[in-house]
Design a protein around this ligand. Structure first.
Ligand SMILES: Cc1cc2nc3c(=O)[nH]c(=O)nc-3n(C[C@H](O)[C@H](O)[C@H](O)COP(=O)(O)OP(=O)(O)OC[C@H]3O[C@@H](n4cnc5c(N)ncnc54)[C@H](O)[C@@H]3O)c2cc1C
Length: 304
């Protein structure tokens, strides 16, 4: 699994491949991305809500270098928060700290995130800080803690089951009563820091969900993996964990029928809806998750 992912991400990271895929435009990426504009993203929110699925809006962008670009992304996110706050639905956005300049300066990322959180709080919007690759985990956790210490409650964090450190990270976060999204992890990581095999990753995923729920904390179970979804439904039912405490989260365009079904079963269900011009890195990670997706892109490119 990790071999395949690392190989695809290495190929996708080559500038020539990026140029080729970008040249053929959004067509190929449309399956996973709501569009390039906020209007297209809001249209996707309405469509999802018709099926009982709530949206998590994500302005695409990451690994930003330079303060001006980080500030420009922060403005776009604030525009999204304002637009979302005007809708009659549960409101929720995801942000990446490298989009807010984390690689330039932690202080800049904190300043921009604080502005976003303050605006989001006014509009009743929850903000999830996505987790990026392993060299950025310490800084991401530090910024999350700083926001909680500054009094923000409308913010959550992500832990990746494939990282060997994540169990200890959760333990250290428990005093904050964190709202945690548990995911498998989507980046190319070396075996020193990440488990490479699916059975271990699944076991670690379960351990994170169990621990956060047993501690009484809100938990987002973010996976399309039937084995984990069945387990989570059984485990929470057997232990009578109230449904308000957990929810299921999916990615826009991945198993949409399952998303609708989960909502119909009465679980809080959200879809992560990415949009914007900087779609290439996100698209590459989705392609790397499944061999079929890589073939789909290859076929699309060959047709052209
Ligand atoms: C809401 C949400 C937020 C996320 N946030 C983060 C984050 O902050 N940081 C991070 O590192 N990762 C994040 N991820 C990605 C996550 O780490 C995994 O890479 C991704 O969810 C694939 O793993 P899986 O458990 O869903 O399923 P897999 O075990 O990969 O797949 C299970 C089944 O789901 C379907 N499926 C899964 N992925 C795809 C796909 N791309 N295309 C088509 N079908 C697919 C297939 O039917 C597959 O057989 C997020 C995922 C979700 C759902």
């Amino acid at each position: 699994m990790s071999l395949w992912r690392n190989a695809v991400l290495a190929v996708a990271g080559r500038p020539a491949v990026e140029r080729l895929v970008r040249r053929h435009g959004m067509g190929l990426a449309r399956r996973f991305i709501a569009g390039e504009t906020l209007e297209e993203a809001l249209a996707a929110v309405h469509r999802l809500e018709e099926d009982g699925v709530h949206a998590i809006l994500d302005v695409l962008g990451e690994m930003v270098t330079g303060e001006a670009m980080a500030r420009a992304f922060a403005e776009e996110i604030k525009k999204t928060v304002r637009a979302f706050a005007a809708l009659p639905y549960p409101r929720y956005v995801s942000v990446k700290l490298t989009q807010l300049g984390l690689d330039t300066s932690e202080a800049l990322a904190k300043e921009l995130l604080e502005e976003i959180l303050a605006l989001a709080k006014e509009g009743g919007v929850f903000v999830r800080i996505d987790m990026e690759d392993s060299p950025r985990v310490d800084k991401t956790l530090a910024v999350y803690r700083a926001m909680r210490e500054a009094g923000f409650e409308n913010v959550g964090i992500v832990l990746q089951a494939y990282l060997k450190r994540s169990q200890a990270d959760l333990e250290a976060l428990l005093p904050y009563r964190p709202n945690v999204r548990v995911v498998k992890g989507a980046y190319a990581e070396p075996p020193e820091v990440a488990y490479p095999d699916l059975p271990t990753i699944r076991a670690k995923f379960k351990a994170l969900v169990e621990k956060n729920l047993r501690a009484g904390n809100p938990t987002a179970i973010a996976t399309h993996d039937d084995a984990l979804l069945h387990w989570a439904k059984d485990w929470t039912r057997e232990r009578e964990i109230p449904r308000e405490r957990y929810e299921f989260q999916f990615l826009y365009g991945v198993r949409p029928a399952l998303q609708k079904k989960t909502a119909r079963e009465g679980y809080t269900t959200r879809a992560y809806v990415p949009f914007g011009k900087s779609w290439y890195p996100y698209f590459s990670r989705r392609i790397a998750e499944r061999p079929e997706n890589a073939l789909f892109v290859l076929r699309g490119l060959l047709k052209r």
